[in-house]
Write a protein that binds this ligand. Sequence first.
Ligand code: NDP
Length: 330
Amino acid sequence: MSDKIERIKCLIIGSGPAGYTAAIYAARADLKPVMYTGMEPGGQLTTTTEVDNFPGYPDGVDGPQMMVDLQKQAERFGTQVRIGMVTEVEFSDKVGGIHRACVDNSTWVEAETIIISTGATAKYLGLPSEQRLRGGGVSACAICDGFFYKGQDVAIVGGGDTAAEEATYLANICNKVTMLVRGDQMRASKAMQHRVTNTKNIDLRYNTEVDEVLGDQVVEGLRMLNNQTGEKEEIKITGMFIAIGHKPNTDIFKGKLDMDETGYLITKSKSTKTNIPGVYASGDVQDKIYRQAVTAAGTGCMAALDAERYLAEVESEEGEEVKTTKKVEA
Ligand code: NDP
């Protein structure tokens, strides 16, 4: 077997809506993309059931089915989808430089461009009852799943901007929203806090934590604990939303790419460019605000277009250099 390292024009890391959309565009632009899927092929959507807010599916679509469809579409244009986890990267900071990625701690590949779409992982409380009822009424995305609880009583945990935004979103759809904030104040911006306190059907509880999510197959209630008084209280709910933050999957890029204090990759305004030429970021790994499948897909498209333009510029610069050298030699 040859020891020659494989050289790829466009390497895509991660297989959510951002990665697959990048793959579709990159493949159609003849960049012959290779995608490594990561540990959870298909990304976060494979852990949801029905996706009702992706345009083009009037009757909704099963999350895992949507990812199978996206994979088929990416493969139709020649994307190679490979199961594997990128465990290490080495970037070149030169325009036209070659980047390297190690797959499963064993095989190195070289790439002219890299599109990072490794996503973010929603944080959960870690209670056994919460984990058991994921998909049975416990969700980490109110925008995705809130609609299923129309007219019902639900609860949301968290006191940041996401929790505040999602609480007001749910309040529009649901009968009552009980919001549990573990401290004596919210971390959300003042404007968001005002929205919460001015919404009549949000019952805001400070110093309150989840003691237990109640229900066998589906969520039926919640036992809350006041961490100041030790008092416990049970309420009836059918939906339980966790909004305590996300962790962007960027550990392997630490010290190598610019990121914010929570680890989200920083892209240059109105583009998917990172601080390294030829390396792009799309989807939730660079978006802590919108975090939707459709916005992730949009930035995946942008990343492929950015990569394609970059390669065209590098090729034309190389062509110019060859011409100049020939002139000098003549
Ligand atoms: P944050 O990290 O800002 O907030 C997390 C919240 O969850 C905090 O209130 C925290 O409590 C609470 N929390 C954490 N762990 C637990 C736990 N185990 N049990 C109970 N509560 C817990 O995350 P967000 O997702 O809200 O926001 C992430 C970033 O995205 C922020 O910078 C935010 O400003 C930004 N954002 C901006 C939006 C916008 O501009 N429209 C919309 C959404 C997010 P505590 O405070 O006690 O630590």
